[in-house]
Design a protein around this ligand. Structure first.
Ligand SMILES: C[S@@+](CC[C@H](N)C(=O)[O-])C[C@H]1O[C@@H](n2cnc3c(N)ncnc32)[C@H](O)[C@@H]1O
Length: 241
């Protein structure tokens, strides 16, 4: 298991100062549509993500209970999180959903020997069968969506997980309400400036605070929601059905 580390008030102050400077630099940069963003960076994607979250990718399987027969991976991308999952559960049947064909093509090559069901779709729109999976996972994907949109996905996850099953999320979490608020303000500003219609997904980070994140999972029906790990802006949360 990973060891948590929470930021000190001084670290939060420094982080927020740097975040504000970065948001100011980014304010007038052209907006990028979600799949274009990942396609443009496909060759460096694994390297960049591993340089930030190597430990979390390596240890994510620690948080899953044995046995695990069926797993849904929402926004599976190139499948970085699946290496540790397959090490611990070599025979698990995985279903991965992602919008980006380029990302899933890389995943297919990596796990060519595995019987993995890959679905090219928007996870908000794709219908998920009730009580189908032992567990579900999402890794660094849901921080691109607003509160009410996320509520819908947690409701779908709650339904598709079997009774007694659980959902694990590793994602970017805002350190405070101010971070959540200023990121969302920039997101709304950029969408408006770039005349982006409501149905278009863009790649802009809008993390929620842990409190809001937990509230959404509880609202969806999950009975127990625990924060299992926290390190700077990353948290691993387990929501039990
Ligand atoms: C930062 S990547 C994370 C990929 C992988 N989970 C990882 O940690 O390496 C975010 C992924 O979510 C996918 N994604 C974003 N919005 C999506 C949506 N609405 N439906 C399906 N996939 C989506 C993107 O295409 C991308 O592959």
């Amino acid at each position: 298991m990973l060891e948590s580390k929470t930021r000190t008030p001084e670290e939060i102050k420094k982080y927020m100062f740097e975040l504000k400077e970065w948001l100011a630099q980014e304010r007038n940069r052209p907006i990028e549509e979600m799949t274009d963003f990942f396609s443009k960076r496909i060759d460096d994607y694994d390297h960049v993500h591993l340089s930030h979250w190597a430990e979390e990718y390596a240890h994510i399987a620690d948080y899953f209970d044995t046995p695990l027969e069926t797993l849904l991976d929402l926004g599976c991308g190139t499948g970085l999180e699946l290496t540790s999952i397959y090490q611990k559960f070599p025979n698990v049947k995985i279903t991965g959903i992602d919008l980006s064909e380029d990302m899933m093509d890389r995943l297919r090559v990596k796990y060519a020997d595995k019987d993995i069901n890959l679905i090219l779709a928007d996870y908000f729109a794709y219908p998920l069968e009730a009580e189908k999976y032992d567990a579900a996972l999402s890794f660094e994907t849901l921080h691109h969506f607003k509160y009410l949109k996320k509520q819908k996905i947690y409701e779908k996850l709650f339904k598709t997980i079997k009774r007694g099953g659980y959902y694990i999320e590793c994602d970017y979490i805002a350190c405070c309400l101010e971070e959540e608020t200023i990121c969302l303000e920039q997101y709304e500003f950029k969408r408006k400036e770039n005349h982006i219609s409501d149905d278009v997904f863009v790649h802009i980070d809008i993390p929620l605070t842990l409190e809001h994140q937990i509230q959404l999972m509880r609202n969806a029906g999950f009975r127990d929601v625990h924060v299992l790990y926290e390190n700077e802006g990353t948290a691993i949360i387990k929501a039990e059905k």
